[in-house]
Design a binder for this molecule. Structure first.
Ligand code: AMP
Length: 397
């Protein structure tokens, strides 16, 4: 799936429309975490070096198709200017007279950021007329660097590609596709998938697809309890999706008939409620009534860590416990360290989903991870084997 790359484009003196993911947190009218902006800088710097005239578009939050100053990208233009070390112009709307005039006024290497594309309901509707208006702001060249939005068929991601001559992947997009693509098409083995988080229902397709591709799957977090309960094991008051028990049972029996190594927790850290710090550790078989499992226990950490240490490819999405609370963070932090250690030993590690990313940062091992995906939802859909519309829409190389 080689897509046309920004590196293949002749951009000199041309207006290039770049869809970025500047969906950053704001506090008091300022950008409070600039990670997503920083991730796109290599793409922007390459385009600037090649004397492109950059028209940048993004969404921010969920303004639901209406102008809402709370979701304005104006503070992002300021921050981006600081980071690039040059002024960034700002258009008060992503289409219309102001955007047109400001895009035409751009000189080589200059940058314009458009206001939030989601101020218009046509963005999420992938409206053709609106897509055409966006495309009119550039000279037929579109670059997508918004992997985090690639699972959405929206106008500034997909619709616009119909009205330009070239639609290419940015450097961040390329990196995401390269890492995730290799994991699902040609992984170095053993390939171990680690899944956690609150709900099985969010990850059914991922479990199904990775069962076909991986050599082992380690499941922790609240989602493990739906599997455990479906086997008739005691789970106390732990979070269970009762309407997914049949599905969990059939996934487990599929794993068994295929001799696929699907590992569930063997012990856990319990409390009477998530707010309690009075905890105890038991084997799953010894789960007392009225207690909730909120983290994996030491035996599970050992077992999971041993699997991770043997792996050559590791994909991890979702925390193994309620890691926001220190009393239940040990499992997730231990797994973060195990994944980092395996990576130092030569394995390729790919982490997606806000919580797992936060966990590797908290554990102080983020730098050791091979690839931290910027798209939680998009990376899950990719791992589920689905085609991402924002990637499909780009030209082939
Ligand atoms: P997700 O968005 O599905 O990845 O789920 C992430 C959330 O799952 C985090 O907020 C965790 O606190 C929560 N979580 C993980 N394990 C447990 C557990 N054993 N019980 C309750 N919540 C959990």
């Amino acid at each position: 799936m080689q897509k046309l790359s920004i590196r293949d484009l002749d951009m000199a003196a041309k207006r290039v429309f770049v869809r970025v993911d500047f969906n950053v947190p704001l506090e008091g009218g300022r950008v409070s975490d600039d990670t997503r902006i920083r991730e796109t800088l290599p793409t922007l710097r390459l385009a600037i070096e090649r004397r492109a005239r950059l028209v940048l578009a993004s969404h921010l939050g969920r303004p639901k198709g209406k102008v809402d100053p709370k979701y304005s990208l104006a503070p992002v233009a300021v921050k981006l200017g600081e980071m690039l070390g040059k002024p960034v112009a700002f258009a008060s709307d992503c289409v219309g007279a102001d955007a047109e005039a400001k895009s035409k006024a751009l000189r080589n290497g200059e940058v314009l950021l458009l206001e939030n594309v989601r101020y218009h309901p046509e963005e999420e509707a992938n409206d053709p007329e609106f897509s055409k208006q966006l495309a009119a702001l550039c000279d037929q060249i579109f670059v997508c660097d918004a992997f985090g939005s690639a699972h959405r068929a929206h106008a500034s991601v997909v619709g616009i590609t119909k009205y330009v001559r070239q639609a290419a992947a940015g450097l961040l997009m390329e990196k995401e596709i390269a890492y995730l693509g290799k994991a699902i098409s040609n992984p170095e083995r053993p390939f171990v998938a680690v899944l956690g988080g609150a709900k099985v229902s969010d990850k059914i397709e991922v479990v199904q697809n990775l069962m076909k591709l991986a050599d082992a799957m380690l499941i922790g977090g609240a989602m493990a309890y739906t599997f455990l309960k479906s086997q008739g094991r005691p789970v106390g008051k732990s979070l269970v999706e009762n309407d997914k028990l049949d599905l969990a049972r059939s996934l487990l029996s599929e794993a068994q008939s295929r001799k696929f190594r699907l590992l569930l927790p063997v012990d856990h850290v319990l409390a009477e409620s998530p707010d309690s710090t009075a905890t105890k550790v038991t084997d799953i078989a010894g789960t007392p009534d009225g207690w909730m499992g909120l983290d994996v226990g030491p035996k599970t950490i050992d077992e999971f860590s041993r699997e991770i240490a043997k792996a050559r490819t590791i994909v991890w999405n979702g925390p193994l416990g309620m890691f926001e609370k220190p009393a239940f963070a040990q499992g997730t932090l231990a797994i973060a360290k195990a994944v980092a250690a395996a990576t130092t030993g030569g394995a390729t590690s790919i982490i997606g989903g806000g919580d797992s990313v936060a966990a590797v940062e908290q554990a102080g091992v983020a730098k050791q991870i091979s690839h931290i995906s910027t798209g939680g939802g998009a990376s899950l859909e990719f791992l589920a084997g689905e085609k991402l519309p924002g990637v499909e829409a780009l030209n082939n190389a």
